[in-house]
Write a protein that binds this ligand. Structure first.
Ligand code: GDP
Ligand code: MG
Length: 447
């Protein structure tokens, strides 16, 4: 799917040769191709119009970033806007602080609810939870049996019982309590079309049991129809996100690209096949590079941008070597890491750091980085330059200023100390360039 956008863009970019400043006729030509490709992919007309304008605003008269060529600058702008359009990267399942977590799946018949119920159960299990799936489609005995069979095959606990949907859901939760299951996934009935009866039933169900999240399962192959369905369910039942299925098919991609902008709903997961393992947390950046089909170009662009930061990195390194790593240096590091995307992705690029990934799994590194940033920004310039000045009273003030606990300040200070210490050790080991990310990754102060 989406082949055409990458191909069209590549063709348009071949014609761009301008150096220094992008010529508006080149931008126009590239954007014409982007527009056509998106419309061909069945993206909502208005979404396309806004998208193209946003890319244009980024590009017209823009200087070409040092280190990038003119075509690369265009690819980067399109890519960044695509990531935005897709609503950024999603998180996985949200678990209720008080179990059980109840996930209610809704959607039209055939969209993939039953299959997805079991796929989500496997994700919950991978996250260390004990899932149970419940069949609420009492009108279609075959649908109940379908879920039972899939659940049995994957050894996932299963529940169904006679009666109205509210009572099946309550029974399922009671059964989960008995079985010590802490995640209950409700597979509801679908209809061929959006209809008022179904919406009423789902609304009642939702008010009868403590639903943690309501997720719409939508078939990406249905294109703009999926967007309409998203709007209808969002208004009638209320949604916490959308699971787009059948992205492995030959869908033209319009649903994925329009959903967020047209309905405000976030895409949370992507179904990529019929097997129970074929469900992924939706990653906008991965999707964007798949759409553009320019993964190679994008990683080249990233590399070029990283090089721009080498000057700052050299300064940090001087401070590290002198044992004077300031919080300003630390902040620069954090920002650089954030700019590079996820910490996990970054670890992929560092030889030998694979093992650290396991330790990070599940940790919300993005949130931690934001928190560290907030703490550092609450320090005075003097405190940043001289971390040793930060005593108990200052810690309390900084904690208040950044809305965290003093313990968080201690963790940050420990992380800095660890980075500093690691640098000294590595420095002693030989004259090799100190790899900051390595130090950061091995700091192990709990960040
Ligand atoms: N290729 C592919 N097929 C899927 C995906 N999700 C569901 N399906 C298939 O779509 C069909 C309908 O799925 P089902 O779970 O029964 O839909 P429901 O009526 O909403 O419960 C089944 O044949 C599934 O195997 C997906 O992500 N990719
Ligand atoms: Mg079903």
């Amino acid at each position: 799917m989406f082949e055409s956008l990458g191909e069209r863009l590549a063709a348009a970019l071949k014609k761009i040769t301008g150096k220094g400043v992008l010529r508006s006729e080149d931008v126009d030509a590239a954007l014409r191709e982007v527009r056509l490709a998106l419309l061909e992919a069945d993206v909502n007309f208005k979404v396309v119009k806004d998208f193209v304008e946003r890319v244009r605003a980024r590009l017209v008269g823009a200087e070409i970033s040092p280190g990038l060529t003119a075509p690369q600058t265009v690819v980067k702008a399109v890519n960044d806007e695509l990531v935005d359009l897709l609503g950024g990267n999603a998180e996985g399942l949200r678990y209720a602080p008080q179990p059980p977590t109840v996930v209610m799946l809704v959607g039209l018949q055939g969209s993939g609810k039953t299959t997805t119920a079991v796929k989500l159960a496997l994700i919950a299990r991978r996250d260390g939870h004990r899932p149970l799936v419940a069949a609420l489609d009492y009108r279609r005995p075959a649908a109940v049996e379908q879920l039972r069979t899939l659940a049995e095959r994957e050894k996932v606990a299963f529940h169904t019982s006679p009666g109205a949907v509210e009572s099946i859901a309550r029974n399922a939760i009671a059964e989960a309590n008995r079985l010590n299951s802490d995640v209950v996934i409700l597979d509801t009935a679908g209809r061929l079309h959006v209809d008022a009866d179904l919406m009423d039933e789902l609304k009642q169900l939702k008010s009868a049991v403590p639903v943690t999240e309501t997720l719409l399962v939508a078939d990406s192959m249905t294109g703009q129809e999926a967007v309409k369905v998203g709007e209808a369910f969002g208004q009638a039942v209320g949604l916490d996100g959308v699971i787009l299925t059948k992205l492995d098919g030959d869908a033209r991609g319009g649903a994925a690209l329009s959903l967020r902008a047209a309905t405000g709903q976030r895409i949370r997961f992507a179904g990529t096949g019929e097997k129970p393992q074929d469900l992924e947390v939706f990653l906008a950046d991965r999707m964007a590079s798949r759409i553009l089909g320019m993964g190679d170009v994008l990683s080249l662009i990233e590399k070029a941008e990283r090089n721009l930061d080498t000057e700052k990195a050299a300064e940090v390194e001087r401070h590290l070597r002198a044992g004077q790593l300031s919080f300003d240096d630390f902040l620069a590091q954090i920002r650089q890491l954030r700019g590079m995307g996820s910490l996990e992705g970054m670890l992929d690029m560092i030889p030998g750091a694979g093992g650290l990934k396991g330790q990070l799994a599940g940790a919300d590194t993005e949130k931690e980085m934001r928190r560290m940033e907030a703490i550092i920004l609450s320090m005075t310039p003097r405190e940043r330059a001289h971390p040793e000045l930060i005593d108990g009273a200052r810690k309390r003030r900084i904690a208040q200023g950044s809305g965290v606990q003093p313990a968080d300040i201690n963790r940050l200070i420990k992380a800095r100390d660890a980075m500093q210490k690691m640098a000294r050790q590595l420095g002693r080991q030989g004259g090799k360039r100190i790899g900051l990310p390595r130090i950061y990754g091995q700091g192990g102060a709990g960040w």
